[in-house]
Write a protein that binds this ligand. Structure first.
Ligand SMILES: [Mg+2]
Length: 268
């Protein structure tokens, strides 16, 4: 057997999945509701001019990866958890329903499966539970994983900090920065060349490729820069990348399905 192949027979050992608009379609309306809540937060809690909010929301998202990261970079001060509670607290999660087809598909994949999202862990738990996928992943890399709260001991000592860094707040680490992708690879403890990364965002795919991952653009039937594969739906992964199941057949597949249903662990 090729030494580069895992014991399952596939040349891939890990699958990294974005969650929102990747494990369920954009058309559910969650994304739109989320953007509306972010705009609402900017207006009501950060007192940003109403006429400026939509443009600023979009521009910060484009430049910093998430609007939240952009707001922090501009110097707006707010509590991360409070922001997430506000933005996700009233989302229409009822729009999401169990997806047994995807569940069986995921459980039949012999690789380690990890969620890699910019969202916070409460939102991840809601979405995975609504989709009936809460036990399909070995781990979750989310906002809290890449942006752990500063412990008192980690706070810089004001006496020996330089004047500039005294007032600077920690940056938000999130996709599509290469730093975030490389952090996820390190935390998941995987080899990029043996890992497939699924995401609906073209810029995340480009960064994933730059970090050495195999990439699949989800929600598109055409390849984008940096994508090795394109799949218009996560349901069509088998057609897009049959290599995932290479060497896994029949009884072995049954065993894989039975042994893969596990408790998902937040990697933080
Ligand atoms: Mg997404």
């Amino acid at each position: 057997m090729d030494s580069a192949r895992s014991s399952s027979g596939s040349k891939y050992e890990c699958l990294l999945f974005d969650m929102d608009d990747t494990l369920y379609p954009l058309s559910t309306g969650i994304n739109l509701a989320c953007r509306k809540n972010i705009e609402d937060y900017m207006l009501k809690n950060l007192n940003i001019e109403k006429s400026e909010v939509p443009r600023m929301c979009l521009e910060l998202y484009r430049e910093f990866g998430t609007t939240m990261a952009g707001l922090k970079a501009l110097g707006y001060e707010f509590d991360n958890d409070e922001f997430h509670d506000y933005v996700h607290g009233t989302l229409p999660y009822d729009f999401l329903s169990p997806d047994p087809v995807l569940r069986n598909l995921l459980l039949s994949m012999p690789q380690t499966k990890i969620i890699f999202t910019n969202a916070d862990k409460a939102h991840v738990a809601q979405v995975l539970t609504r989709l009936g996928l809460e036990d399909c992943f070995e781990g979750v890399i989310c906002f809290e994983t890449l942006n752990p709260p500063l412990e008192a001991a980690d706070e810089p000592d004001p006496d020996d900090a330089d004047p500039d860094s005294c007032t600077s707040k920690p940056r938000i680490i999130c996709k599509p920065s290469l730093e975030a992708i490389e952090a996820a690879i390190r935390i998941a403890n995987v080899e990029p060349e043996k890992t497939i990364f699924f995401d609906d965002s073209t810029r995340n795919i480009a960064s994933g490729k730059a970090a050495g991952l195999h990439t699949v653009i989800v929600g598109s039937s055409v390849l984008v820069p940096g994508a090795d594969h394109a799949s218009n739906s996560i349901h069509n992964i088998k057609e897009a990348i049959p290599e995932i199941w290479e060497g896994t057949q029949g009884e072995q597949l049954e065993q894989v399905i039975q042994s893969t249903a596990i408790a998902t662990v937040i990697l933080a």
